[in-house]
Design a protein around this ligand. Structure first.
Ligand SMILES: NC(=O)c1ccc[n+]([C@@H]2O[C@H](COP(=O)([O-])OP(=O)(O)OC[C@H]3O[C@@H](n4cnc5c(N)ncnc54)[C@H](OP(=O)(O)O)[C@@H]3O)[C@@H](O)[C@H]2O)c1
Length: 369
């Protein structure tokens, strides 16, 4: 007998009945503005180093939106793509970058339920995180349990959300499987090591320096390897008795992806998460065929309104449920706490540079208060 399963997400037609109001373009404050705040501003597509802190005017809140006093903003590798106009979605100019953070609700728009002024929350933002205030759609605001400091919660909505969802929804990682994580000292890589371990996998982590490999081991990896593509396949086979890995988590791309294909076990799954190396790999489909391997593209943005059409409403209940489980698991210590590097707002430039120059170990967080 076949048991019918409820779909993970409702049908598309249910999703976009009401258009979502995106955060408006930022506006420089004038002496007529009663409420102003400081924020990093991107006024034209540029190198991230050309960004400046400016005094901004508070925009009116649209129905369905929430205003946050930002306490912490997470810095991701994609920030430089975002401000140079090379990311897959382009905010209205001028805008404030940063798409993940935490803070306190200071205003709730018409039609928003379940969020109150004063509530501690984390959020996946369309943009606008690197400022003292931000406007965000209610669908992507997540309550933070008391036991979880806001400074750690800032790393969870995108970095951990992406990783957890990729394993659970797409790769369907199983206890006892062997997981290979690239860029394991980076933000997503660290999350993948922790969540992979929590889900019961044996984790092999790659990183480029002894310091980064030590951090990956301290963070829960069972084995660490260098990130040289030439040696990867033989080293992984040595660790796995010649069998290879079941799942690959790859936020780096380039030569490491191709090398991973050569040490993936039959019926393995390769998650293509990002291209931090700057090189988009080409797939040797003969290897997919011979070993029954699946290459799985994963864009978490699809679920939070960053896809080709804005489907955040369709996916909101599923994403909120995943976030609640994730926040509880981290809050209660079942998943190790994110490894974060905190930098004060006055030094935001140094903080962003840490990520952009490949120096970061874990997630760089700019403290806005
Ligand atoms: N698919 C999705 O939904 C999704 C969501 C969020 C982010 N992403 C993407 O995932 C990627 C990683 O993001 P992240 O925030 O984890 O970045 P990150 O913290 O900077 O980590 C990236 C890691 O990649 C490795 N790397 C290898 N070559 C590199 C190079 N040329 N430049 C910089 N790093 C290099 C580095 O580790 P080693 O030094 O050890 O090699 C670094 O730790 C980005 O491309 C981002 O856009 C995708």
């Amino acid at each position: 007998m076949t048991v019918a399963q409820a779909p993970l997400f409702p049908a598309v037609s249910d999703a976009v009945a009401v258009p979502t109001a995106w955060p408006p373009a930022a506006r420089l404050a004038t002496s007529a503005d009663a409420h102003t705040f400081e924020g990093v501003l991107c006024e034209q597509w540029c190198d991230w180093q050309d960004l400046q802190v400016k005094t901004l005017a508070r925009p009116p809140l649209q129905p369905g939106q929430v205003r946050l006093a930002m306490h912490h903003a997470g810095i991701g590798f994609a920030l430089k793509l975002f401000v140079s106009g090379k990311y897959q979605r382009k905010p209205p100019l001028p805008f404030t970058p940063a798409t993940e953070g935490s803070g306190v609700v200071i205003e709730v728009g018409e039609g928003v339920t379940g969020l109150q002024v004063g509530q501690r929350v984390a959020a996946a933002l369309d943009w606008g995180g690197l400022a003292q205030e931000a406007v965000v759609t209610a669908e992507t605001v997540y309550p933070v349990p008391d036991e979880l400091p806001l400074g750690l919660a800032a790393a969870l909505p995108l970095t951990y959300g992406t990783t957890w969802a990729a394993f659970e929804w797409r790769a369907k990682l199983q206890p006892g499987e062997v997981l290979l994580v690239h860029g394991a000292s980076g933000a997503l890589g660290m999350a993948a090591v922790q969540i992979g371990r929590f889900m019961g996998a044996t984790v092999i982590a790659t990183a480029s320096t002894p310091e980064k490999r030590a951090a990956a081991l301290a963070n829960g990896a069972h084995h660490v390897l260098g990130s040289e593509a030439e040696a990867l396949s033989s080293e992984v086979k040595r660790l796995t008795g010649g069998r290879g890995v079941d799942v690959v988590f790859d936020p780096v791309g380039g030569a490491l992806f191709d090398a991973s294909l050569r040490c993936t076990a039959p019926e393995g799954r390769m998650l293509s998460i990002g291209f931090a190396s700057g090189t988009i790999p080409q797939v040797a489909t003969n290897l997919l065929l011979v070993k029954n391997i699946s290459v799985i593209g994963f864009n978490y943005g699809l679920y939070i309104g960053w896809g080709l059409s804005d489907e955040r409403r369709r996916h909101a209940a599923t994403v909120q449920a995943l976030m609640a489980r994730l926040f509880a698991a981290v809050g209660q210590g079942a998943v190790a706490r994110p490894l974060t590097q905190h930098v004060p707002f006055a030094q935001w430039r140094e903080g962003v540079a840490t990520t952009m120059t490949r120096q970061a170990v874990g997630k760089v967080i700019i403290d806005l208060v």
